[in-house]
Design a protein around this ligand. Structure first.
Ligand SMILES: NC(=O)c1ccc[n+]([C@@H]2O[C@H](COP(=O)([O-])OP(=O)(O)OC[C@H]3O[C@@H](n4cnc5c(N)ncnc54)[C@H](O)[C@@H]3O)[C@@H](O)[C@H]2O)c1
Length: 352
């Protein structure tokens, strides 16, 4: 085992020729999608974005569109014509478009999230028809069985192989659609040779994040000095909030190094309790509000943290930004990133 790890560690990868690649980012106006677009432009890829702007925003991409670096298509990918136009002439597709929101959204909008099944299917079909070389999929920790994630006192790190044992129980229809997307991409590779990869993102935060996600909601509330400070559930939920730049770097590495549909976790192994995250944010904001628990509100699973050994092994990936000392906090507490146009939707819940 040790020997094989050493062998893998010594593998060197050729520099990926991004400058000769035409790349589509679906959902490229989103928080993560737009950060990915910036990273691809830094690598001198030629980038097209398709987005219906249902949750993404022009504000996230206008710097890139202003200097003509990216092509933007506005349209709903559930329309087969839009899907076909989007993938035409593309080499690599990063598929991030999804009907998705924070904890409250994915819990309370099951039908809306179920439309991702059609969205993914149409996009994959169009990519196959267009002769796209590779699809990289934004999956989620929501694919993991809920029954594994019930005990916040258990020291559990979700490994990729825990998905199906002994039976799938993804996190609602949002998780089911992500699971179906992953399995479809695996089948597309096995049966039709398309290069594919899936990245399971865990509770992402950072600049351009919006307040329907837990950490950003906490920061927004602290910024406004809200008192009392509402926390969804009993606050004991454990999460591994992961910084967006780390997520984007892992996603690009997956494009460079995974071809066979393998899904990797992209998430830190930090185990952060919601109540501790709230304390940290309020301390940085310099105030001590009364904490009010809202047990009736959606919480998601009580214990969701990634194991990241597979990402280390296959991608050489590890997160660079630890949650506790994230520079984002102080930046966002004073500047709030670019999220100022969004309503403050959620209490401090827990993300995906
Ligand atoms: N933020 C997280 O913590 C997290 C965790 C796991 C997975 N993900 C996944 O990462 C991706 C990006 O999420 P995000 O948090 O950056 O923001 P997001 O959920 O707002 O991103 C989705 C993007 O897709 C666009 N979109 C939605 N439906 C569309 C349609 N029918 N046609 C075209 N575009 C459409 C939206 O306008 C938006 O820009 C999503 O696939 C999401 O499921 C996010």
């Amino acid at each position: 085992m040790e020997g094989s790890q050493k062998e893998r560690a010594s593998v060197t990868y050729p520099t990926y020729p991004w400058s000769s690649k035409r790349v589509l980012v679906t959902g490229g106006a989103s928080f993560i999608g737009s950060t990915l677009v910036d990273a691809l432009l830094d690598r001198t890829a030629s980038v097209r974005i398709v987005d219906d702007f249902s949750s993404g925003g022009m504000r996230n991409i206008e710097h890139a569109t202003a200097n003509g670096s990216v092509q933007v298509l506005r349209g709903d990918l559930r329309d087969p014509e839009i899907a076909a136009q989007s993938v035409e002439g593309m080499d690599v597709v990063f598929h991030l478009a999804a009907d998705h929101g924070g904890r409250g959204y994915v819990d309370l909008h099951q039908y809306a999230c179920s439309t991702n099944l059609a969205l993914d299917s149409l996009l994959f079909h169009a990519a196959l028809q267009a002769g796209v070389e590779k699809i990289v999929y934004a999956s989620s920790g929501c694919v993991y069985p809920l029954y594994l994630q019930a005990d916040p006192d258990q020291i559990l790190y979700l490994t990729e192989d825990m998905l199906a044992a002994p039976g799938y129980q993804p996190d609602g229809l949002y998780g089911l659609a992500k699971l179906a997307g992953e399995l479809t991409l695996r089948a597309l590779h096995a049966e039709l040779g398309l290069k594919t990869a899936s990245c399971r993102y865990f509770t992402v935060y950072g600049p351009r994040g919006v307040e329907n996600h837990a950490v950003i909601a906490m920061i927004a509330r602290a910024f406004l000095r809200q008192d009392p400070f509402y926390v969804w559930g009993n606050g004991e939920q454990i999460r591994n909030w992961t910084y967006v730049d780390d997520i984007v770097r892992g996603t690009i590495l997956a494009a460079e190094r995974i071809d066979d549909g393998t899904a990797v976790n992209l998430g830190t192994t930090e185990r952060v309790r919601v109540l501790d995250a709230v304390s940290m944010v309020c301390e940085l904001a310099g105030y001590s509000p009364q904490i009010v628990l809202q047990p009736e509100m959606p919480t998601g699973p009580m214990n969701r943290v990634a194991d990241r050994s597979l990402a280390e092994e296959l991608l050489g990936w590890e997160p660079n930004v630890p949650f506790a000392v994230s520079a984002t906090f102080s930046h966002m507490l004073t500047g709030r990133g670019t999220a100022v146009e969004e309503p403050i939707g959620a209490g401090a819940a827990a993300g995906e």
